[in-house]
Write a protein of this length. Sequence first.
Length: 172
Amino acid sequence: MIYSRYWRIGLILLVVGLLAFGANPVGLGGEVEPECIDLWAANADGEKSYIPGSGIGEGINWATFIKYDEDFLVVFHGNPASLLLNQQGEQVGVVVFGGSGNEGPVTLTIMICPEKLFWPYGTNVYVQGYDRQPRGNPILHRFEYQFEFPQEEPLIVDFAEYYGIHVKVMEK
């Protein structure tokens, strides 16, 4: 069977175009894009959610916030806040607070389990402080503090009574 020159050129342009735009035709290699996994900081009970009655395991909006407590401070043996995985409520990390109590800046140390990596594509840690208990649906790109983590400098935020802390990770 004889193919015209134009047909061969068209086929070559199609393959080059697919490769240039990230398509992965069978047999041409390439990687599967990793899945972004959302974590939210929660108190030990994991029940403080932005929309009442829709916390961990409930569906709808499982985003949680924490009520700041001086017990979180790493003065002696602080109790870290949990980082919970999606709606399952599985703990896969912690947030440890440092600072001087109910005043001044607060330092956050975020640690995740060895099976996870911080999301490597741009902002992966979002922190919002609140003076009173938050309500409604949190909008991440409006959070006051946004970090690309890990970074060499500590995460420093202003003191607040409540915090919404969202972390993006992926499987190792």
